[in-house]
Design a protein around this ligand. Structure first.
Ligand SMILES: Nc1ncnc2c1ncn2[C@@H]1O[C@H](COP(=O)(O)OP(=O)(O)OP(=O)(O)O)[C@@H](O)[C@H]1O
Ligand SMILES: [Mg+2]
Length: 311
């Protein structure tokens, strides 16, 4: 029943801008997501991830720029776009007074399935999301994670061509998170285009064909997970120096600076060999470095490295 529109981009946005009053949230966003692929949109709180998703899902209008989703214009062909997409929001939106079965059955009927097909689809999705046992209870009695899973299941009833998942795994336990990742992979195999937002680098790494990093209203970096990771070190060696002079001497090489503590961070792969070599190279006389700490690169480090905001 799915009709695939022509063109090989599931999502194509050009020059999207959006302001709320004086606040410029999006300052010219371009995105090109091939059909049947997964794009992870990464960004810190308030970066504009949800705003971007809402524009692409036709819930908000951009101030300027254009977006095509499933080959259709999100403004002039809005109602057709809506029939081909599904959106799971950042905050689970389920009807508390309906049971899991009722919710999915209703969604199936709204999507045009026969009563029998709607029930079969509901049962299939309930099983897939581990909700079979809870299917007959009202969502009011569900835990946060169960609500999220029901919300996700509801968005999949109609087998969308383009699926938007806004922080889909926030609040899920590790097992449910794995299940969701598996599901997204299956959807991609079936040809669904997926745009998901996430705060978790690991999630982007495991799931996404490409990653776009949103910062200061723009796409600060875009590429495969491997490409982006190669631009930031996996670990950071934080050195606390004994003197201001030693600090100043090393500062140009640092990716992280905390002058008040005479501490700065340098990229490293985290191996003992590299850390030892770095320490020897930076402080051959063993007088300048007081302490060191090895830490994994955090999402912050990645953002900072990619946007250069830390230098
Ligand atoms: N309806 C609105 N009215 C005014 N400001 C808004 C509105 N919606 C979003 N904003 C502002 O736009 C900015 C981007 O918000 P958005 O929700 O898109 O960020 P986000 O990247 O999804 O963040 P988070 O990681 O916290 O979900 C924020 O500063 C937010 O306060
Ligand atoms: Mg958001």
């Amino acid at each position: 029943m799915t009709t695939h529109a022509s063109g090989d981009l599931g999502i194509h946005a050009a020059g999207l801008t959006k302001s709320y009053g004086d606040l410029r949230v999006l300052d010219g966003i371009d995105l090109a997501v091939p059909r049947g692929s997964v794009l992870a949109l990464l960004g810190p709180n308030g970066a504009g991830k949800t705003t971007t998703v809402r524009i692409l899902a036709t819930l908000t209008a951009a101030d300027s720029g254009t977006a095509r989703v499933a080959g259709l214009d999100t403004v002039t062909e809005r109602s057709r776009v809506r029939r081909l997409i599904a959106l799971t929001g950042q905050f689970a939106a389920v009807d508390e007074l309906r049971t899991g079965t009722e919710t999915l059955h209703m969604m199936g009927r709204l999507a045009g399935l026969s009563p029998r097909a709607a029930r079969a689809r509901a049962d299939e999705l309930l099983a897939r999301f581990g909700l079979t046992e809870a299917a007959g209870r009202t969502a009011k009695t569900y835990s946060g994670g169960m609500r999220r899973r029901l919300d996700l299941a509801a968005s999949l009833v109609s087998r969308p061509e383009v699926l938007f998942l806004d922080e889909p795994t926030t609040g899920l336990d590790p097992r449910s998170r794995q299940d969701l990742w598996e599901l997204v992979r299956e959807l991609r195999t079936d040809g669904t285009t997926v745009l998901l937002t996430t705060q978790y680098l690991e999630e982007a790494d495991r799931l996404a064909d490409r990653v776009a990093v949103l910062a200061d209203g723009r796409i600060a970096a875009e590429g495969t997970p491997a490409e982006l990771k190669s631009r930031v070190a996996g670990h950071r060696l934080d050195l606390t120096l004994t003197t201001g002079a030693a600090y100043e001497a090393l500062a140009p090489r640092a990716v992280h600076l905390a002058p008040d503590e005479l501490t700065l961070g340098l990229p490293t792969d985290g191996t003992a060999a590299h850390v030892r070599a770095l320490l020897d190279e930076l402080d051959p006389d063993r007088t300048d470095i007081e302490r060191f700490t090895l830490r994994s690169a955090t999402l912050d480090d990645v953002f900072l490295a990619l946007t250069g905001a830390d230098r």
